[in-house]
Unconditional design. Structure first.
Length: 363
């Protein structure tokens, strides 16, 4: 069976990491042998092992970690993969160098794919033109950001939308909701707003808490669940306390699977200030949850305004007005949600995604 390697040096668990696990599962279903390269302390490594995947731990201390390069080279020789997909800064350079050496010495075919899901600033051209065979961006927006460096060959960067295993999500929807969330939800009736995202500044939690404090004046029974974890957790909890929202807001941590929580949501939001694409609003549309997301970066590629949900300009006032409109027009929002399910199933299926990856590997 053909082997494929996924490499990820991030230790946190977010949309990119869940996408890797979804892709690994689909490759395994098709008879491939997927492997994960990651740090020993990474959350994706723990989850991959729980899912029954083979995991190789490397230190991945920096982009030129010679020990990791050598260890990965030995691993390539052992498993003979025909493709390697690289994701974050350190693993991408280490993986590309080891794969280039492997390809040169052993004359074995291996496609080096860089999955770029975030691009701060203008990138250098050397890795894109010389280290990676192809770079895949999850949105047309991010592809255009990468190509702002005109020295990067446009043929070396393509758009490949992520894939979601909707059948698995549907099955996960029948699982029991986390008891802590269920108890909190049942204790206080009211319209439930759910936000799934890592707790980072660009995800918009702090701004939305301010919006919520204004909305509660008019609708005091509103509730807000934050599903995620990350470096801004203290800032978020401090803001909740400062605004006196402890009874209306639950910081639930990482909720996996997310489906049982989405199924009890009345409204799903992604109020990000920056978002190369976003996954949560795709998942919420699949479950026909009225969805609102910010009109930034790649998000408009995942929704159609006033057709599958509401795409909101990135200001506090616009968000206030959008949530207000959604509350007052719940039947219309449900109509949008039905269209949203059809839209995302066509555009973001895991089958379509993996078909494209295999085509890249074989070409």
């Amino acid at each position: 069976m053909p082997a494929i390697i996924f490499a990820e040096s991030s230790v946190n668990m977010g949309g990119q990491e869940y996408q890797i696990l979804t892709q690994m599962s689909e490759f395994a279903r098709r008879g491939w042998e997927p492997y994960l390269i990651c740090k020993k302390i990474s959350k994706i490594g723990e989850q991959a092992k729980k899912n029954g995947f083979q995991v190789k731990f490397l230190s991945l201390r920096n982009a030129l970690d010679l020990k990791s390069i050598f260890s990965l080279l030995l691993f390539l020789i052992k498993v003979k993969p025909i493709g390697i997909i690289l994701h974050s800064g350190h693993d991408s350079i280490i993986g590309a160098i080891a794969s280039k050496i492997y390809r040169f010495i052993y004359k074995n075919k291996i496609k080096i794919i860089r999955a770029r899901t975030y691009q701060p600033g203008v990138p250098g051209s050397f890795p894109y033109n010389n280290l990676f065979d192809i770079t895949v961006a999850p949105s047309q927006y991010l592809r255009s950001e990468i190509l702002k460096n005109i020295q990067i060959k446009s043929s070396k960067v393509i758009t490949l939308y992520p894939g979601i295993d909707f059948e698995k999500m549907q099955n996960e929807g029948s699982k029991l909701l986390d008891p802590n969330i269920r108890e909190w939800h049942e204790k206080t009736p009211g319209l439930l707003i759910v936000h799934g995202a890592m707790l980072r500044g660009e995800k918009g939690h702090l701004q939305f808490l301010t919006v919520l404090s204004r909305l509660l004046i008019k609708w005091p029974s509103l509730k807000y669940v934050i599903a995620g974890d990350g470096p801004e957790k203290d800032a978020v909890t401090n803001q909740i306390a400062k605004l006196g929202l402890a009874n209306q807001v639950l910081v639930a941590g990482i909720v996996s699977p997310i489906a049982p929580l989405l199924k009890i949501a009345d409204i799903a939001i992604l109020p990000s200030h920056k978002e190369p694409l976003g996954m949560f609003q795709i998942e919420s549309q699949y479950f026909q949850i009225p969805t609102l997301a910010t009109e930034v970066d790649g998000i408009p590629e995942t929704m159609e305004h006033q057709k599958t949900g509401l795409v909101v300009k990135n200001t506090e006032e616009e968000w206030y007005q959008a949530i207000e409109w959604a509350i007052l027009n719940q039947e219309k929002m449900k109509e949008y949600a039905k269209e949203g399910k059809i839209f995302v199933e066509k555009k973001f299926s895991i089958k379509k995604n993996i078909d494209s990856v295999i085509e890249l590997i074989n070409n």
